[in-house]
Design a protein. Structure first.
Length: 178
């Protein structure tokens, strides 16, 4: 039987104090997600809050990042409008990654077997050249391989090997773009 009153944040480290968290949320909700905020300023704001961001990164408007200090992005990666990086744990995006519109990378979950519904969080890694298509979801603990593709609207709940296309109908090889 589930007892949500027993839930605690035990074992979860947000990585920064409440003041920094509050400041990030203020910046996120007033400037970072706004349509008028230049992409270069979004990159600078993430870096100012501790994200490790490569060169040539494009971040569109309405992108949400829970904790910038738990984000690493390689060179020439695109993050499309409305993407949500729910990074209770680290998220690493390689170089030349495309995270399309309204895609979700979710590092948080709960242990459905535990009465207290405790966290069961794990990092997400997306390797160089991978594409997470529009409205696709990548769940906690998953690694997406080099040049792999997670098709639009699908949910990925286990590792995806390099050069593999994940669709609702299953998985198949994709051509190496190199």
């Amino acid at each position: 039987m589930r007892d949500l009153t027993a839930f605690t944040l035990a074992g979860y480290d947000k990585g920064r104090g409440r003041l920094v968290q509050a400041l990030w949320f203020a910046v996120l909700n007033t400037l970072f997600m706004a349509w008028f905020c230049p992409a270069r300023l979004r990159v600078a704001l993430l870096r100012a809050f501790g994200a490790r961001i490569g060169t040539g990164v494009l971040i569109r408007h309405r992108v949400r990042v829970l904790w910038p200090w738990k984000l690493t992005v390689g060179d020439h990666t695109w993050i499309g409008e409305g993407a949500w990086i729910l990074n209770l744990e680290p998220v690493t995006l390689g170089s030349h990654v495309c995270l399309s519109q309204e895609a979700l990378l979710c590092t948080g979950s709960h242990d459905h077997r535990a009465a207290d519904f405790r966290y069961r969080n794990a990092p997400v890694t997306v390797a160089d050249g991978a594409w997470i298509a529009a409205r696709a979801t990548v769940l906690a603990g998953v690694s997406v391989g080099r040049h792999a593709v997670v098709a639009a609207g699908t949910v990925l709940d286990r590792d995806l090997p390099e050069l593999t296309l994940h669709t609702a109908a299953g998985r198949r090889p994709v051509e190496d773009p190199a």
